[in-house]
Every structure is written in structure tokens, then in C-alpha cells.
Design a protein around this ligand. Structure first.
Ligand SMILES: [Zn+2]
Length: 289
């Protein structure tokens, strides 16, 4: 059970979002900037996302009549404009995901502000608006980034793990909603295998990897909660995996009382909820010992 269930629109039992982080080949350029442009295998693995997986994923959403959220680094939007156009044509949300997937723990101060605002400019130019949501590359959100989100009137972050359902983040400057992530609903552990960035895991079979997600869904559904996948086109958009996701979507939409929505719509709904749990930031004033 959860102590703080959120009443969902039309009495739906569970809010659901499949969120794709379209990182494309940004990861290799950040990890190996000295020679990334000549590392053709990881570049091609990343390009599979915008070139092959995104059209496949969007076709499923179109057929099933659902709108969802994508998070894309500004550099990737600029490099793969057709994928962005296709998402916009179908009415999906695109959230901020850094400039070239730089880690906010590493890229701090003036460099972080510059990267954040450079990406913001690409969003404004390509989508015609300021994004409403943000997800930190590798979830590494910092107080500086929270301040930047508040400063630029973002509605929500989706990088932290402090609850099962959305909650509020309050700072001295303002507030945001938090759409909480966690590793149990992220496709990196079961499906990523990426030596160049120091991530070596045995790749799980499609039904084993995705089966863990569906167990997470069942618990959230039973509790009247919030089920969100954090997945990547070059991993979960692969043929065998997406085929299983598509089958799960068809079954869930037909047989369960769920509300599939982009995170910006869920944020709008949270405006109507009176008693959201609140985390006050900063958690600490400085290093603890
Ligand atoms: Zn990412």
C-alpha cells in the first residue's frame, strides 16, 4: 500500500507514462571526446534510436491513440531533427535532457548554466516553446539545476527517487513537481552493454527484462499509484523488445483502468491535488560527517 495515493482523472486506478530518453550517440561523444567521431560501432548503436526505433515507437502510439513524453539532449535534437519533427507532428511532449548528455555532477557552475541554456534555445527554436519538464542525464540532478528549472518556469523534474508517486519539491525560490524514477523501471540495467562508457552487464532476454517492469506495474496498479518506464529507443525500441511492449500496451489499455498521459498532463492534474507530499531542498547545507 501507499500512504499518499493521488486521485487520478476519471477515477482511473493508475497513471502510466512510458518516457523515452533519446540520447542517440551523445553518450560516446561525452565519454570519449578525443576520438568519438571515429568510433563507428557506438555511434551506429546510438543512431538506431532516432533512425529506426523512433518511427516504430511513434507508429505504435499513433495506432493506440496515446501521447507520451520524450527527453532529448539539445545536441541530439539538432542532429536528428526529423525524429523531433515526427514527435511534434503526433503531439508528444519533448523535455529537456541537457545539451550533450553532460553529467551535472561533473559539469558545474558557469559551464552547466551555459549547457542548460544552450539546450533551452534549441527547444525554443525547434518546438516553439519552453519545455515544461526536465530529466537529468544519468539522473544526476544538483541544486544548481533545480534552481535553473525554477528560474526558467519548468513545471517538473523527473530525476529523483524519493517516493512511489509524484510529489512536490520546494526550494526558497519556488517549487516543482517530481515525477519519480527508479532503477527497477529503467532499461539500462537489463538491456545496456556498453564497454566504452564502463557499463558491462549481461543482456537479459526481452521477456525477462521487461517482465520485471510488468511486476512493478502490477504493484502500482494494486496500490492506485503511478507507473513510469524510463527507457531508451536504442535499447527498448529494438525489434523483439518493442514487440513485447506493444503487446503489453494493447492488453493493458483493453483490460485495465489506466490513464496513459505525457508527464506535462500529469503535472497539470497535480495542480488540482490538495495534499501532495513535499520534499524541502536543500536536504543539507553542506558536506555531512
Ligand atoms: Zn539520457
Amino acid at each position: 500500500m501507499i500512504r499518499n495515493p493521488i486521485p487520478w482523472p476519471n477515477g482511473a486506478r493508475c497513471a502510466c507514462a512510458i518516457t523515452f530518453d533519446m540520447d542517440a550517440d551523445s553518450l560516446i561523444h561525452v565519454a570519449r571526446p578525443e576520438d568519438s567521431s571515429d568510433r563507428l560501432y557506438p555511434i551506429s548503436m546510438g543512431r538506431y534510436g532516432p533512425e529506426v526505433a523512433i518511427p516504430r515507437i511513434l507508429a505504435t502510439y499513433r495506432r493506440l491513440g496515446i501521447k507520451q513524453s520524450f527527453f532529448i539532449p539539445g545536441w541530439c535534437m539538432q542532429t536528428y531533427p526529423r525524429a523531433v519533427e515526427m514527435m511534434l507532428e503526433d503531439g508528444h511532449e519533448i523535455g529537456h535532457h541537457g545539451w550533450i548528455h553532460e553529467d551535472p555532477i561533473v559539469t558545474r557552475g558557469a559551464a552547466q548554466e551555459e549547457a542548460f541554456e544552450k539546450a533551452l534555445e534549441v527547444h525554443k527554436r525547434m518546438t516553439g516553446k519552453t519545455p515544461r519538464g526536465y530529466r537529468a542525464p544519468v539522473y544526476n540532478i544538483t541544486l544548481q539545476v533545480v534552481d535553473l528549472l525554477v528560474k526558467h518556469d519548468f513545471r517538473y523534474d523527473s530525476s529523483m527517487m524519493g517516493d512511489d508517486v509524484p510529489y512536490r519539491l520546494q526550494t526558497a525560490q519556488g517549487s516543482l513537481y517530481e515525477m519519480p524514477v527508479h532503477w527497477g523501471t529503467d532499461d539500462w540495467p537489463p538491456f545496456a552493454h556498453y564497454d566504452e562508457i564502463g557499463y558491462m552487464m549481461p543482456v537479459r532476454g526481452p521477456s525477462a527484462g521487461l517482465g520485471a517492469f510488468w511486476e512493478e506495474f502490477e504493484a502500482q496498479y494494486e496500490a492506485g499509484g503511478f507507473f513510469m518506464l524510463i527507457v531508451h529507443p536504442f535499447l527498448t525500441g529494438r525489434l523483439a523488445r518493442w514487440r513485447l511492449v506493444e503487446q503489453w500496451l494493447e492488453l493493458t489499455l483493453a483490460e485495465r483502468d489506466v490513464w496513459f498521459a505525457p508527464l506535462e498532463a500529469i503535472a497539470d492534474h497535480l495542480d488540482t491535488v490538495a495534499d501532495l507530499r513535499t520534499d524541502h531542498l536543500p536536504y543539507y547545507d553542506g558536506p555531512q560527517s
